[in-house]
Design a protein around this ligand. Structure first.
Ligand code: NAD
Length: 400
């Protein structure tokens, strides 16, 4: 491998761990972000996101001289694009960040360079990167290796999973696939699996759509069971004793910036065929609406109701609020009942004027209605005696 200098675009949850890991492996890494604060923080050897052990790795990478950050790209042998790919109104994928990053590297690429798109992307985006580079630098057409390698890391375990997970690498042609796969093989302990760019793009979208569809099944069951007076948690644990059944856990909806977002990329690309995937999105979002209506129905039986929302994050034991259904429940209840009637308990966040938080004990003491939205560790030990005098809506099974 002739790769020595690497330029990483986007220094967030994916780009920064990747850049610092590569720097500690001996590559000379130049990280690029459009936010000055991010660049300054990293150049001081510090971090702007929460991820276990990342502070130590970034400090070491910067101290070694192998990691520098800036606002613009530099010449390199390999470019990694790890910028956001959200959706716009009507759930249309927004690839404008990928376009900007591609345009930013165009003046710096040279013959033989490798360009890897790591952002989760709609099918065809890697080809789009290739077309944009060809338009900007026609003399390099066919002389660059361009590939997609989706990221599958789990926040909280990113540094470990960057190395241990299997990677799917798909190029716009065979030579691109081999060049990019060869690079990952220098630091990945998992298997590096070769395919085409379109298959690699679809693979990531399908993984998250699979999760979303299966969670939708559990959420649909929870509504059916509620109508039939059946305890859904008991039902699922019994059904899962079948050797080939493995039903997931219902909740107040689906959150996070991956599972709640990526299925829409499939729906947008294949609107006629992706019926089940679209329906799963509707079921999971509809579950959040159902929880809100259920809480209001119970709360309105009190003259001056106080509702305690246990958890705001999108999953247990993290502080991440992105696309969180629990946060949506809380905000809608505040809108409908008034902020003084809705208490938020979120042990992973600090209280603020914008979002005042209440301690768990105080919230349990004051509430008429207790809504469990996230199975955070402290909620698992709530004394059942305290709950006896309350209306309890347990959307995540934390008191089961
Ligand atoms: N976070 C995860 O757990 C995870 C997991 C798998 C895949 N992904 C995917 O990885 C991609 C990046 O996600 P993330 O969580 O790291 O996002 P993030 O928001 O944490 O970080 C993205 C960074 O890119 C910067 N940026 C935006 N436009 C830029 C540009 N033109 N040039 C340089 N920098 C730019 C932003 O300022 C930001 O700091 C997304 O496609 C996401 O879906 C994320």
């Amino acid at each position: 491998m002739s790769v020595q200098r690497i330029c990483v675009l986007g220094l967030g949850y994916i780009g920064l761990p990747t850049a610092s890991l590569l720097a500690t492996k001996g590559y000379s890494v130049h990280g690029v972000d459009v936010t000055q604060r991010v660049v300054d923080t990293i150049n001081q050897g510090a971090i702007h996101i929460v991820e276990p052990d990342l502070d130590v790795m970034v400090r070491a990478a910067v101290a070694s001289g192998n990691l520098k950050a800036g606002l613009t790209p530099v010449e390199a042998d390999l470019f990694i694009i790890a910028v956001p790919t959200p959706f716009k109104d009507e759930h249309v994928p927004d690839v404008s960040y990928v376009d900007s990053a591609t345009d930013a590297i165009a003046p710096f690429v040279k013959e033989g360079d490798i360009v890897i798109l790591e952002s989760t992307s709609p099918v065809g985006t890697t080809e789009r990167v290739a077309e944009r580079l060809a338009a900007a630098r026609p003399e390099l057409q066919g002389k660059l290796s361009i590939a997609h390698c989706p990221e599958r890391v789990l926040p909280g375990r990113i540094l470990r999973e960057l190395v241990d997970n299997d990677r799917v690498v798909g190029g716009i042609d065979r030579a691109s696939t081999d060049a990019a796969a060869g690079f990952y093989e220098t630091f990945v302990r998992g298997e590096v699996l070769r395919t085409t760019a379109r298959t690699a793009e679809m693979c990531k979208l399908v993984e998250n759509s699979f999760r979303d569809v299966n969670i939708a099944f559990a959420n649909e069951l929870s509504l059916i069971c509620d109508d039939l007076g059946i305890n859904v948690w008991e039902l699922i644990s019994l059904a899962n004793r079948h050797p080939r059944v493995s039903i997931l856990t219902p909740g107040p909806g689906v959150g996070g910036h991956c599972i709640a977002v990526d299925p829409w990329f499939v729906v947008h690309t294949a609107p006629t065929q992706a019926k089940l995937i679209r329906q799963a999105r509707a079921i999971n979002d509809g579950k959040t609406d159902w929880v809100i209506e259920r809480v209001l129905e119970k709360a309105n039986r009190f003259r001056e109701p106080v509702v305690a929302c246990l958890g705001l994050a999108y999953k247990p034991d993290v502080d991440d609020l992105r696309e969180s259904p629990a946060l949506r429940v809380y905000e809608e209840l505040v809108e409908r009942l008034g902020v003084e009637r809705v208490l938020a308990v979120e042990p992973n966040l600090k209280t603020s004027d914008e979002r005042p938080l209440t301690e768990l004990d105080e919230a349990l003491r004051r509430a008429d209605v207790v809504v469990a939205l996230v199975s955070h560790r402290p909620f698992r030990h709530v004394d059942p005696e305290i709950l006896k005098a309350k209306v309890v809506i347990d959307t995540c099974g934390v008191f089961r």
